[in-house]
Ligand binder design. Sequence first.
Ligand SMILES: [Zn+2]
Ligand SMILES: [Zn+2]
Ligand SMILES: [Zn+2]
Ligand SMILES: [Zn+2]
Length: 324
Amino acid sequence: MAAASCLDPDLVREVLECPICLETYNQDQLRPKLLQCGHSVCRQCLEKLLASTINGVRCPFCSKVSRMSSISQLADNLTVLKIIDCASSCGSAAGLMCKSCKNRLPRQYCCDCSVVLCDACKVEGHQHQGHTVQTIRTAAEQRRKDLGGRLTSLRDTMANIQKKKAAIDSVSKSLRLKYKAVQQEYARAELQLQEELGRSRRAFAASLAEVEKLNSQILEEQTYLLNIAEVQVVSRCDYLTMRIKQTDTALLEEAGGNDEEELDVKSNLPVLLKLQEPELVKTENPQSLDMGQLTTKQCTVNTDEEDGQELAAAPPLSPPPLPL
Ligand SMILES: [Zn+2]
Ligand SMILES: [Zn+2]
Ligand SMILES: [Zn+2]
Ligand SMILES: [Zn+2]
């Protein structure tokens, strides 16, 4: 069939059919005979023409008269014979011929049997059976139209697929941007929290240093006072020891108020120290160090719409909690 589809069937018919009886030439009764004008008719038709004239045959195409008295005076159309011979020997003739009689060139097509038929075969076995028979040209046009329709439909489908692919591409790109934005937002919140923690730590350290300073001032002051009292007590002890060791006379000679005088140290010793004991009271603020949780919202993408790639922006049900 491939070979047949390359050849214009009308052209093939013009070459291989007798233009008078419309039968396909063969090697016998329908042998192609070449008229003097160059046109061909079959032997059978030529005999009929010759029977009705006296000294020549008028060409049915160009009206030129080929002068002769016997068919044997006209040559065979060897080119046509060669084609017929070749076609029947290499088998491709079967592809060109009527599928029913395999003898004549087809002009008709049976839509029910999907075969090409010659005019003689189309009635018997097809039209009589109620089959739909069209000329090959009409059937081919119909088929061409069907195929064209299917092609158009496939091209539409392809365009639709490409549009959807583009929409998905675009959505994917837009989602990637959103992932990045959310991540950056988290990083910013983290940085802010770190700054806040630093501020808090510095304030805490300053308060603690203040307490430490106040406490050590009090303690140093008291230590200083105790040192002085200690020195006083030691020197008094030394004096009294020395007095005890003196001779009786000397001890009694210097009787007087001096060594009777008691050193009033006790009343000056510290009893109550007012100090600051540090204690950490934690703020109730952060239950944990979660800066935020990821929430998502349902979004639908319509790949059929032009702007389907833009994510439908509905406000989120719960905004991400950022304790800052
Ligand atoms: Zn003929
Ligand atoms: Zn002619
Ligand atoms: Zn046939
Ligand atoms: Zn049929």
